[in-house]
Design a protein around this ligand. Sequence first.
Ligand code: FEO
Length: 393
Amino acid sequence: MKTELKPGIYWVGAIDWDLRDFHGYITPKGTTYNAYLIVDEKIALVDTVKEQFKDELLDRVSEIVDPAKIDYLIVNHLERDHFGSFSGVMEVLKNAQVYAGERGRNGIRDIYGDRWTINGVKTGSTLKLGKKTLRFIETPMLHWPDSMMTYVEEDKVLISSDAFGQHVASSERFDHEAGWDLLDDAKTYYANILMPFGNLIQGLLAKVPELKLAPEVIAPDHGLIWTNPGIIIDAYNRWSRLETKPKVVIAYDTMWGSTEKMAHILAAGLIDEGGVEVKFYNIRKSPSSEIVNEILDSKAILIGSSTLNNGIFPSVGGFMYYLKGLKPKHKIAVGFGSYGWMGGAVKEITARLKDMELEVMEGLDLKYPLTRAQEAQCRELGRAIARKVKGGR
Ligand code: FEO
């Protein structure tokens, strides 16, 4: 079945139902690798797919045109999930010219030398296909140095590379077909991939009028296509400004249950105070991508670990390392945990939270088993965090 976004513009990507880990980003719903075929007097293919999905891409193209008749292959960026089948596809396309941003062009030459003609483009460069005009917009570090977007001017279709995507494998291709909370999937994707680049996204959104972009359709490289782009643009505006809610994420791991008990008492203290949403995760049992989704717009994060070998659990260490790379900002952060004979976990959690330049409150390091007085201390800490969260920044 052909999937047409606008007359002459087709989705020809591949569906990866089984993907569960996208370079460390846990993807319980799989993903798609979207590619788009634009048919006019000249024919352009925008992006390819992950290497092992090449035949799926070419089969979809073949339903519409003979792949050998494609004139241009546009490479919006070089990450392997979109570029991995590049050489295999080029062997079938034979005579196509390649267009990429200048950094992308250099990257392709680094890998393949002068095997093909590669045209470097800049923001504002255009490529006329007939009635349709492709205009290119460089978006460096969103999220690769060579990233760019391709705008089909007459149809107002923005092929947005990785921005505005979601890691979802589905039979549906468009936002209005989704019978689930697609924006939440987009939020998970934003939090796990684009959170470090909020300033750049703000810069791009501010330049939309100058760039003369008025997309009616946003076609990302992953997941469903936005036919109501205002929803996702508004969300990107909020997320990139790092707006927070009175929400607290508790994420912990536990050895024999005391740290878990502390997590429950902290949650009870937060709830006592009222007006604060609480999200609660055992790190070892929960997809890190889901925890990060909730952290994106939370006002506080509470990280707990039992002490193991004078330090933190490997699960907590791995999660904190992952989180640090995503550069969360403007959040209150607190460490907590219990120990049997010698502490160390809370000290290490606190040091790591300070290293992330968060607003770190004094943590709570309690010896197992918890006394009534310690439980009360823990509950009061929960209340104090709630008051601070509700008091604004
Ligand atoms: Fe979906 Fe940056 O690759």
